[in-house]
Write a protein that binds this ligand. Structure first.
Ligand code: HEC
Ligand code: HEC
Length: 179
């Protein structure tokens, strides 16, 4: 094993090996890998269409962000809970995409950019770190991603581990990885 900087050794105690090696001690890589897994990223795309499947393809039926502003409701198809049959719409309360003004893009960003965006009040809906932590701890859409129904694949770690990584990140000063 190569010698690690002191910060990384400290990080070992708090975060999983995959998240540790590359980022010099900030737990943020362990958060980024969840944000960019399909169940989260599909609602946080770089473009205007929500994405579907593990290949993150644009939503069928030409569904775009603007659909909701034009009076359409995602809930017409997306119920409050997932339906049991294959290829039926997944479901959770307030199923929607982030608003156009603050789209909170997860797709195609480096971990450093993701980290900076998460802390940027102009991009995160004016949320403090505590409010962001509350959001990822309790929001129905975040919770759905960890229990998506059907045969959908899960984020790389469970919700408890994800929150532990979030707490470790905040406890270490919410530092971002170097770009
Ligand atoms: C069904 C769509 C959907 C899914 C799935 C989803 N989100 Fe979101 N997410 C949203 C919406 C809508 C907002 C904006 C909520 C608001 O501003 O009140 C949001 C906001 C956020 C925010 C706060 C930043 C902001 O713009 O307000 C974070 C952080 C976040 N999501 C993380 C996640 C994570 C982590 C997952 C997966 C575990 C996830 N999201 C899955 C729709 C989704
Ligand atoms: C006409 C019905 C319909 C409407 C309206 C609709 N969806 Fe969907 N959506 C579906 C179906 C069906 C699937 C599941 C496809 C599959 O898994 O095979 C789906 C899947 C998704 C997924 C993929 C979830 C995942 O990661 O597995 C997202 C994200 C999504 N829709 C977002 C939205 C958003 C946001 C809106 C409103 C702006 C919306 N949908 C409106 C039918 C619809």
């Amino acid at each position: 094993m190569k010698a690690l900087p002191a910060a990384a050794v400290f990080g070992c105690l708090l975060i999983a090996p995959a998240a540790r090696a590359q980022d010099g001690g900030t737990p943020f890589l362990g958060i980024a890998e969840v944000l960019q897994s399909p169940r989260c990223m599909n609602c946080h795309p770089a473009g205007e269409a929500p994405l579907q499947t593990d290949q993150s393809k644009p939503h069928k039926q030409n569904i775009k962000r603007i659909f909701s502003s034009l009076g359409g409701s995602c809930a017409t198809c997306h119920q409050e809970a997932p339906l049991p049959e294959a290829n039926t719409p997944p479901g959770a309360p307030h199923w929607s995409m982030p608003p156009e003004a603050t789209p909170m893009v997860f797709q195609g960003k480096s971990p450093a950019q993701l980290c900076a965006d998460l802390k940027d009040f102009s991009k995160n809906g004016n949320r403090s770190l505590t409010m962001l932590r509350d959001h990822v701890n309790t929001d129905a859409l975040v919770l759905w991603a960890f229990n998506p129904g059907g045969t959908r694949t899960l984020p790389p770690v469970n919700h408890t581990t994800f929150i532990a990584r979030f707490d470790a990140w905040i406890a270490q000063g919410a530092q971002c990885p170097t770009p």
